[in-house]
Write a protein that binds this ligand. Structure first.
Ligand code: ATP
Length: 218
């Protein structure tokens, strides 16, 4: 692929189950937009995550919560494409769709947490992801990058030195970004809610109100 035009800021996509979305996701997303000068970051809820048990909360509810959480912040958007596709929600397929929409020259980045990168070699067509996009790895509290194995070698081979490199090509590099650590997880939030405790201040109030109104995570 040829180089990108410098005027076009990269577009990023951040996949996850978002079950439910919380400030760990949202703050990381916003910090990435500002640090890397991204045109937009799309949070993309997985309808049928291939690598974990199907979430009890429907994809429709999870996407609705993401949409509510990012309303009013135009640089963050909920991308519902995986809800429209039947079968397992493969990130490769979503990136291929996005690449088709953006054309071959625009810089596209896929964001993932440091915990997710350790299992990347189990993902569908994982080695081909870099043909479609760059990968941005968020260094997450309590997780280290893999030091040996296929993913460690892949990191060494493709790692970018600086954020500016994301603009030099449309795809193909891996950038590791250390962001403000916020040790919040959806698992912990589900546990709090299931036991009748409060998840206030871990996520936007509008999401908590949605959970209450729809009697989720009881
Ligand atoms: P669960 O506890 O159900 O596994 P989670 O909180 O890890 O959920 P996911 O929806 O699985 O959230 O995560 C989507 C993406 O966000 C993943 O790449 C994950 O690594 C990242 N992520 C989750 N929590 C944080 C956080 N606190 N800070 C930075 N990244 C996060």
């Amino acid at each position: 692929m040829s180089g990108v035009s410098p005027s076009e800021a990269p577009l990023a996509v951040f996949g996850g189950t978002f079950n439910p979305v919380h400030y760990g996701h949202l703050r990381s997303a916003l910090e990435l937009v500002e640090k890397l000068d991204l045109a937009q970051l799309r949070l993309m809820p997985s309808a049928a995550p291939p690598h974990r048990e199907a979430p009890a909360c429907s994809a429709r509810h999870r996407a609705a919560m993401v949409a509510l959480a990012v309303a009013g912040e135009p640089r963050l958007v909920c991308d519902e494409r995986e809800l429209q596709r039947p079968g397992p929600s493969y990130t490769y397929d979503s990136l291929a769709e996005l690449r088709g929409e953006l054309g071959p020259r625009r810089s596209l980045c896929m964001v993932m947490g440091g915990d997710a990168v350790a299992g990347l070699d189990g993902w569908y067509r994982w080695r081909e992801l870099l043909e479609l996009a760059h990968v941005i790895v968020i260094a997450r509290p309590g997780w280290n990058l893999p030091r040996d194995g296929a993913v460690a070698r892949w990191l060494l081979r493709h790692r970018l030195d600086a954020a500016g490199d994301l603009r030099a090509a449309p795809a193909g590099g891996v950038l590791v970004e250390e962001l403000r650590p916020l040790d919040i997880s959806s698992t912990e939030i589900r546990r709090l809610l299931a036991t009748g405790r409060s998840a206030r201040y871990l996520m936007p109030q509008v999401v908590l109100d949605y959970i209450e109104d729809n009697a989720l995570y009881r």
